[in-house]
Ligand binder design. Structure first.
Ligand code: SF4
Ligand code: SF4
Length: 300
């Protein structure tokens, strides 16, 4: 059993140690937020701040994992559902491992799991998480919140999922991303199958109809291919798009519903519709379009 005396590794050295620990285990993004940031901005109600959940917290470490674009593009599909589950499981494992590792170093730690809700019914009764990883990622300098209310990152746009580890150690903060990444293109609003998102003139974050999005989630859960994530699919932000080189892809997203309504076998969409057709029982087979008929938003 390793000792729990406080390690001499602190400050910047501890920060580098944590980054290496996470990256060695597959993390794509790691950011550090001092808990004071929740109080400074006042955006998050006091009951939902880190020190309410765990009074010893000084720093929140946010870990992100990429959701590869070509898989997200098949949504709604079992392939996308499995990716979502794998990412969630890996995030919880990473957070659990880092928490125990920091405890062994003598830095008391705690983590808030990836998706802490019992069922979609529980979300219908109280449609809010006890802690927002999206806000934590913003305060850890990993990105900015877009019209879709997802956190947009320079690396992957909104195609990334997060988990948060709280520690009593004081660790140097990462700077906030100052420039808004969302360009207000409105694609997320136009392609949302439930029209749950609306642009606002007075803010970047759009209006978000949680219940409409939840309805979508309920529908897709019955079909075995939850979550929706269309708003994360279509967002043009993120260097991952350069890697996958989807020339003219925005037009393809916008035309998808109409094209597939006219011809469910439209060859232009074959790589997505093929995946959507399989892996479900017949009565659960989903419509081939991912954009207009098909929710709970993937709260990153
Ligand atoms: S799709 Fe466009 S409007 Fe929506 S979050 Fe992304 S950049 Fe912003
Ligand atoms: S997850 Fe789907 S239903 Fe919910 S806001 Fe995004 S696009 Fe709309």
């Amino acid at each position: 059993m390793e000792q729990r005396e406080k390690s001499s590794v602190e400050g910047q050295g501890l920060k580098e140690h944590i980054i290496n620990f996470c990256e060695d285990r597959g993390a794509d993004l790691v950011g550090f937020a001092p808990v004071e940031r929740w109080g400074d901005t006042g955006e998050v109600p006091p009951d939902f701040r880190p020190r309410t959940l765990w009074p010893s917290a000084q720093t929140v470490i946010v870990i992100g994992l990429e959701m590869p674009l070509p898989i997200v593009e098949t949504t709604p599909s079992v392939l996308h559902r499995d990716l979502y589950r794998t990412a969630n499981q890996k995030l919880d494992t990473l957070a659990y491992d880092l928490t125990r590792h920091l405890n062994r170093m003598g830095h008391a730690s705690f983590f808030f799991g990836r998706d802490v809700y019992a069922s979609l019914k529980a979300l219908r009764d109280a449609p809010m998480a006890a802690f927002s990883h999206v806000m934590a990622a913003k305060y850890a300098g990993l990105g900015t919140i877009g019209v879709s209310r997802c956190l947009l990152t320079p690396e992957f746009g909104p195609r990334v999922r997060f988990v948060s580890v709280f520690t009593a150690a004081e660790i140097p903060a990462d700077p906030l991303v100052e420039k808004e990444l969302c360009i207000k293109c409105g694609l997320c609003c136009r392609c949302c199958p439930k029209k749950a998102l609306t642009l606002r003139n007075d803010s970047i974050a759009g209006d978000y109809n949680k219940m409409a999005c939840l309805e979508m989630a309920e529908d897709l859960t019955k079909r075995g291919c939850y979550p929706c994530g269309t708003c994360t699919k279509v967002c043009p932000i993120g260097k991952d798009r350069m890697l996958y080189k989807g020339k003219g892809i925005q037009k393809k997203y916008l035309k998808e519903a109409r094209a597939l309504a006219a011809n469910p076998d439209d060859p232009e969409y074959k790589s997505w519709t093929h995946v959507r057709k399989y892996g479900l029982t017949k009565e659960k087979a989903v419509p081939v379009s991912g954009t207009r008929e098909h929710g709970k938003k993937e709260e990153a």
